[in-house]
Write a protein that binds this ligand. Structure first.
Ligand SMILES: [Zn+2]
Length: 202
């Protein structure tokens, strides 16, 4: 290992007099953290929501366009939710009416009217670190919405069933409420408490 690790790398891995294994790991892997990592892996999101958001951000979910690239035989390449356009990540999470309505419902609830409307803007929008509780709730809302759109898509494929937009928005709200309930209110700022009450989370 000594052949690969320089003193400069060790110095870079030390933050506030503490050695950070993750910093050394990324140096050894010769890669930096992707800009959207903090939003994708936000601690307030459920682990399964983080995973699907990560896969969606890479366009790695097994949508029908990806299955066709793997030469899979499909009876249809259309979006299984609306059956209007070809299924791909852009369509599924942005152009499809179901995703549009879920996104709109969750964005209205969060009071965030800047939710991007296309895949590239969405990736750029995820760059940056959610620091405040409000920013973390928006990140968790995004992850839950993406998860539910993908879950609903799978229900359409395997069970010929689609949930309503209201139900999807309600499930996003329930998942965030469950996470917020586990937080210590003593550590919250008064502005956070006002925000949470405005969302009916407290
Ligand atoms: Zn669709």
């Amino acid at each position: 290992m000594r052949a690969f690790i320089s003193k400069e790398m060790i110095d870079k891995a030390i933050v506030n007099s503490k050695f950070k294994t993750s910093k050394m790991y990324f140096q050894l892997m010769n890669r930096d953290k992707v800009p959207s990592a903090s939003v994708i892996w936000c601690s307030l999101s459920l682990p399964k929501h983080r995973f699907i958001l990560w896969q969606a951000s890479l366009k790695h979910l097994l949508s029908r366009d990806n299955l066709l690239k793997c030469h899979m035989q499909l009876t249809s390449s259309l979006c299984p939710i609306c059956e209007v356009q070809q299924e791909c990540h852009e369509h599924l999470f942005f152009q499809c009416q179901f995703a549009y309505q879920v996104r709109k419902g969750v964005a209205n609830w969060l009071g965030s009217l800047i939710w991007p409307a296309c895949f590239q803007d969405w990736i750029r929008w995820m760059e940056g670190k959610p620091k405040s509780l409000q920013q973390k709730i928006v990140a968790a809302g995004l992850a839950a919405s993406v998860y539910l759109v993908w879950w609903n898509r799978n229900q359409c494929v395997f069970n010929s069933f689609s949930m309503s937009v209201c139900k999807a928005v309600s499930l996003v709200q329930d998942s965030i409420k469950a996470r917020v309930t586990s937080l210590s209110k003593a550590k919250m700022k008064s502005t956070d408490i006002v925000f949470l009450r405005s969302l009916n989370l407290l």
